[in-house]
Structures are given as C-alpha cells and as structure tokens.
Design a protein around this ligand. Structure first.
Ligand code: ACM
Ligand code: ZN
Length: 761
C-alpha cells in the first residue's frame, strides 16, 4: 500500500478526566494525599503481625515488581499493621469482626494499615502493592487515606483446562493475577468432552485414556472443510498437584471450586468407560468442539460411578461448593435408552428434563451428606431445582432471577458480560476466538444484581464470575490476552458497591494499571488503544468518525477509493475530522472506499472497507427486533457501508433468534428498484444458519395489502433477488427454519439468523 505523503496528525484530547485512584478494584472510599513517600532498598513490617503465607506473598511480589526487600522490624516498622474494627462477639477469646474491612493511612507522619480479618489484611497488602509507584528509578508510596471492603462474596474467574491444558505453574500464575485484583473464587473446569484432567484413584482409565486426544481442530469450528492436527494432546493433574494448587490459592484467600461435568460434556469419561453411556459404544476423546449427543446414561451404575468420583473430589477440595456442570446435555440418547426409560418409570418421571433433575438430585443428596453444596449451570432449573442447589446463570440472568426467587443461591455469569472467550474488539488483528463481541466497556456495565429482584431476594446473589472457555485459547499468553484487561472491569463489578464511571475507570487503567500489569509481564490486550469507529446517519449518507482514547496517541486516517483491484484517488484526514460518505446515485455502480488508521510510526493499520451504495444511511424500521446480544448500532448496521465479514466477531452483524424477521427500508423518495442484495452469515458451528427464503414487497406508501410479493429461496450467504418496480418503501421478510434438524449442529434448538448490509440497485 502506498503511504500517504500528507500526514495530518491531530492532538486528540479524549477525556478531561484526571486519574483518580491507582487501585483497582476502586476502594469504597479513597482520598489521595499530595504526598510521595520515597522507598529505599528495604521496606519493613513487623512479621509477627502478619500470617507467614501473606508475608511470603508480599515479599515475593515486592521483590518481583520493584526489587525492594521486605524485612522484619518489630520496634519501628515502616508500615504499621493494626487490628481496628469492631467485633460482634463479646467473647474476647473468639471475637467475630463485623465486616471484612481494611483501611490504609499513608500520610507524612505515619503509615498504617488497619484490618479486621486476615483476609482483609491480604486485601490491604494488594492495595499496598498498587500504591507503590515509580518515578524514574525511585519507587515511592502514594499518600492516601482509604477504607474498603468487598460488595460480593463470590468474585470469580473460571478456567477450562479440558479444551486446552494448562500446567500447574500456569494455573498458579492465573491464580496469582486473580489475587492482585481481589478475586476470591477460582472455578476450575476440570472435565469436559475433550479431556478429563483430574486423577481419580478408583478409576485410573479416566486419566490414562480420558486425558488424551489423538487430534485437535485447527482454525474455527465453522470453517469448512474442518482440518485437524494429528498430534496427541493432553495432560492431567495428579492428586498431590491438585492439593498443591488448592493450598497455593488458599494462601491467597482464593477458594477453588472444582467442576466435574455431568450428565453432558462427558465424552472423555465415556471414552474411558463406555459402559457408562446409553449405547455402550466405544468412541474416542473428541478433537472437535461443540455439544455431543453421547452423555452419561442415567442408570444406577453411572450414578454410583459419579458418587465415587465425587467422593474423591470432596476430599481434595475444601470448598463448600462443588460444581457439577449440568449444561448442554442433549437428551437424544436418553429418549431411546431402555435403561433411562426404566429409571423414569421407577421414579415416576415424565420428561427428560425431570430425568436430568433426578440425576442432579442424586448428586445433591450425596454432596449434602458430605457437608458440601452443589452448584450447577442454569439448565439445572429445568425439570425442577434440587433442594440445596445453587445456580450459575450463564444463558442470561433469567435463570439466576428464577433461582433467587426460589430462595436458591446464585452466581451471575451471563454470556452478555462475562464470556471472556468472545472477541474484545473488531480489529482485524484480533486472534481467532469463538465469536461474539464483548469489549471492555460492555464488561464494565455488568451488575450482578438484576433490577427485577426484590431487596429480600437480592441476598441470594452471591456475586459474579467471568468464564474462560479455551477452545481457541491454547497458551498462557493467549489466556492472559483474553482475560486482561477485561478481568479488571469485572473486578469492579464484583468488588465495588458503587463503581466510578467507565471513563474514569479507563483513565485510571491507562494511567496506573497498564504499568502495573507490565511489572508482572502480563500479556494484556491493547485493544482499547485502537481508535473506535463511530458511524451515524447523515443526510444522503453516513458520517464516519474515528475516536481515539488518549491524549498523546496520534494517528491519521487515510482513504482510498478502490475499483476492482486497482485503486484510484487517496486522501489523508486528521483525527476527529469526520468523513462523510454520500450514497451513490440510484442505478449507478456502488464504489468501495478503504480507510486506514496509521499511528506515528506508520504501524497498526486499522483498516475498514466501506461499500458506498445507493441506500447508505437509509432509514429502516425494524419490525422484528434483533436479539439484544447482537444488536450493534441497531438498524443502521444494515446500511452503514460495512458488510459483515468472516471471521464472525459479533459486532458487524445483526442477529435474530426468531424464525421470522421483518424490516422496512424507507428510501425517502420514489425510485425504480431493479435488485435487492442482502448478506447472511452461514456459521453452523455457532448454530447460525442461512434462512430458508426471503420475500420482498415494494410500495409507494407504507401499505402492504395486495402488494406483489417477490420471493426467492436462500442458497448462499450473498443473497440477491431481481425486482424491477417503482416505490419508496421496501418491506423485507426473512423466513428461517423453526428448529435445526437433529444430527446437525444445534439440532433440536432454534437457529440463529444473522444479516448484514442490504443494498439496492
Ligand atoms: C456454558 O457456557 N456451556 C456453561
Ligand atoms: Zn441411558
């Protein structure tokens, strides 16, 4: 690409906000004092006033970050640690603190940390680490006064180690980073179709066979044809390693909640013990992703097996909660299995959902007898919730609301805000991900407490969690990229009762936290630095605005008109200049304009192609509303010049979960229409299918009765239909299938329809 000669850098002032607080999650009360307290080569504390694990934690982190040594000084420590808070119990031998608070006071006279519990002392230590700032070669303590305590008791991050395996050291690193941001629950997804990762002494084949697969998918699940590497892949944790990780987390006040998936996502276990399935067929540990029909049979032998597995699990994990999965379990096999039918008859069960509820109920009874609590994905509500079960709400918040209303405990982890395996920007350089779009700003909007709940029921919401499913996350580097900085936005949601605005958070993040993450060598995503594209409707076209986020980041926008493969014309624009694209005249050929954003060094091109067609920016009335998860920029998305592309990153397409979609385009004036073009996404792996047919009506006024209907079946993602009629209003009706046929991806469920960019000739 020829580089534009004319560089027109603009100084972009994104925000008038000044940074507020170096600590994330933001403390409940924080006052910065204009004081920098220099630190020498040593920092002293009274080691008698601090638990040895916390002492070691601070010592190693301090050394790692700053090179400063933590030393013991009982008489005159640099920072004093003091019990301060009030206690509930009058029994002086066993006082119970009222809250989990801590406080910090660093002023010119004295430096004191106040705490109520060992846990709150650990929180204070993490805040202390973030208050150590650097000025050239000098480290200093930021003067401040603060008091702080968490809003929610479940502040979780999850990690799927089945799709890709992470070593003990990598898991410890993940836990270490969690501790920095005061997360306290590590949800360890230990078993799934593609690998069983926990040693169970009674069933050695679970790891001998179930922990390894012969091949793994390359590229995206929706790619056709699918390709695989031919390498054996796997690994598992011995029980002594599990204990080591649990202790490591415990030293950081993090509970480890293990997940042993049932009755679905069990192909690895069934590869080891095929007799536990309905068919008894010997299948391999799969190297593809998705949902499989083969699940545990509900017969008594399987229930016995599961209880024996859980018997070992409960001895390894001190956590009160044990996660049993419960999600995405097709009932295809159960419906045809004589054993399952017999269980239904014997227990007076009428539906497959009730059978699942029975299965979960058996686990609930067992775990309760062991003094544990069962937690499962929100599907465990179907067929009736077991008496003691807690629910992890992932398909939205509705499951969580229903469970809380039934007085069951809930952890909120809806895909809309908490699935960190989704794309975090639409930038072309984003590494392949599962799909979906979850930028930092969206995570920041997460509130674990839904408005629908009464104050009385709110207490059942334990907190929130983000999930890291690892189909497309094969390395620690990539895991950190997907987790950070989004985990910081989540930390705000689960720690702060009242969090600052997103802009304020972003300023603090850029000012303080990037440097902090750099100290730890975290491979966090820099997506927020890319200029954001804001498109709005304008008279006869669209305005395109490139919005940057930082004061000192310069970039320019360069446009080129592309005809076929040769290019003609180019023009450089300054940032904050708004580009106006006027639609082309009806009947004339659309043109394509490429815009590139270049930084000062000419790197990181952020490139978009705009199709300047004849209804660019036209008004559209959506009769059918897109699903809120896939409603980006509303109807303008369909006429913003940017055609939905692959890979699907969630933001360019409008997505619908209805079998019928209707919208009406208003052209503003009457004109002749020759042809209508519409793009569809065909990604069956994500349950997104081409619709069956499209019908179109044209009218000079917005009335539709007795208007001629143009209809055509859809057989490709680039749909077009000939019309030849005059009119101002174009009514588009899309007909999708009701249910995906069994045997195909998502069989038995409703398909998704994704559309983008409607064009008329
Ligand atoms: C899930 O994402 N299947 C819980
Ligand atoms: Zn069965």
């Amino acid at each position: 690409m020829k580089v534009c000669v004319l560089y027109l850098f603009c100084f972009l002032v994104w925000s008038q906000l000044s940074a507020q607080c170096p600590i994330i999650p933001t403390p409940k009360e924080y006052t910065q004092i204009d004081l920098k307290i220099p630190l020498g080569n040593e920092l002293s504390l009274d080691s008698n006033s601090i638990h040895s694990a916390t002492w070691n934690y601070l010592k190693s982190n301090l050394k790692l970050q700053t090179g400063i040594d933590l030393v013991h000084n009982a008489e005159n420590p640099f920072i004093e640690l003091q019990f301060k808070y009030e206690f509930q119990s009058l029994n002086q031998n066993q006082p119970i603190p009222i809250s989990n608070e801590y406080g910090i006071s660093f002023n010119s006279d004295k430096r004191t940390i106040y705490f109520a519990t060992e846990e709150s002392k650990f929180h204070a230590i993490n805040s202390l680490l973030q208050l150590i700032r650097q000025n050239g070669m000098i480290f200093y303590l930021q003067g401040c006064q603060l008091s702080d305590s968490p809003a929610f008791e479940w502040r979780g991050l999850h990690l799927d180690v089945s799709r890709h395996f992470f070593t003990v050291d990598e898991v410890k690193r993940y836990i270490d980073l969690m501790a920095l941001y005061k997360f306290n629950t590590f949800h360890w997804h230990l078993t799934d179709d593609q690998g069983w990762r926990i040693e169970i002494k009674k069933y050695p084949k679970l790891t001998e066979i179930g922990a390894f697969r012969d091949r793994t998918m390359i590229g995206h699940y929706s790619d056709q044809p699918r390709t695989f590497d031919k390498t054996t892949y796997g690994g598992f944790y011995r029980q002594d390693q599990i204990r080591e990780v649990v202790q490591y987390a415990r030293d950081r006040f993090i509970k480890v909640v293990p997940e042993i998936e049932l009755p679905g996502h069990s192909r690895a276990a069934l590869a080891a013990y095929p007799e536990l399935s309905c068919t008894g067929d010997q299948n391999e540990v799969p190297g593809t992703w998705g949902v499989f029909d083969d699940i545990y049979c509900s017969k008594s032998e399987t229930i016995e097996f599961m209880k024996n597995v859980l018997e070992e699990v409960v001895t390894l994990f001190p956590s009160e909660y044990i996660h049993i999965g419960g999600d995405e379990a097709p009932k295809t096999r159960w419906k045809k299995c004589a054993n399952c039918q017999q269980v239904m008859t014997e227990n007076n069960l009428h539906t497959a959902h009730e059978l699942q509820s029975y299965f979960i109920g058996q686990m609930d009874q067992f775990l309760t007898s062991k003094g544990k609590k069962l937690i499962g994905w929100d599907e465990i509500l179907e067929g009736g919730l077991s008496p003691n079960a807690a629910v992890m709400s992932w398909r939205g918040v509705e499951g969580g609301i229903a469970a809380a209303k039934q007085k069951h405990e809930v952890v909120m982890t809806p895909t809309t805000y908490c699935y960190f395996d989704y794309y975090q920007s639409g930038h072309p350089s984003e590494p392949i991900a599962i799909g979906g779009f979850l930028p930092l700003e969206k995570v920041y909007q997460f509130n674990p407490l839904p408005e629908e709940l009464s104050e009385l029921d709110e207490k059942y919401i334990l907190g929130g969690q983000a999930n890291l499913w690892t189909e497309y996350i094969a390395s620690m580097n990539q895991l950190e990229y997907m987790t950070y900085p989004r985990a910081l936005a989540l930390a705000q949601a689960v720690w702060c009762k009242e969090k600052p605005s997103f802009d304020s958070f972003l300023t603090d993040f850029i000012t303080y936290q990037e440097e902090y993450l750099d100290r730890y060598g975290v491979n966090y995503a820099r997506s927020i630095h890319q200029p954001k594209l804001e498109i709005t409707r304008a008279k006869n076209g669209i305005n395109v605005h490139f919005k940057g986020i930082e004061e000192n980041y310069h970039f320019m926008v360069c446009t080129k008109e592309i005809r076929g493969f040769s290019m003609s014309g180019e023009q450089a624009m300054g940032v904050n200049d708004t580009l106006f694209f006027e639609h082309c005249l009806p009947g004339t050929q659309s043109k394509t304009i490429r815009t590139s954003v270049l930084d000062e060094a000419g790197r990181q091109p952020f490139t978009n192609e705009f199709i300047v067609h004849s209804i660019l920016g036209a008004e559209i009335e959506m009769i059918t509303q897109p699903h809120p998860k896939y409603d980006h920029n509303g109807s303008l998305n369909l006429v913003d010049g940017i055609a939905g592309t692959l890979p699907w990153k969630g933001s360019q397409w409008l997505g619908f979960d209805t079998s019928y979609v209707e919208f009406i385009v208003d052209l503003g004036t009457i004109r002749t229409i020759q042809e209508l073009k519409l793009g569809f996404l065909d990604q069956n792996g994500s349950w997104i299918y081409l619709p069956e047919s499209v019908s179109v009506q044209i009218s000079t006024e917005s009335k539709w009765r007795s208007k001629k209907m143009y209809s055509k079946d859809v057989d490709s993602s680039n749909f077009s239909i000939s019309i030849s009629k005059k009119g101002r209003y174009v009514r588009v009706m899309i007909h999708a299938m009701d249910i995906i046929p069994e045997g195909q991806d998502g069989g038995g469920f409703a398909p998704w329809t994704f559309i983008d960019e409607i064009q008329l000739k």
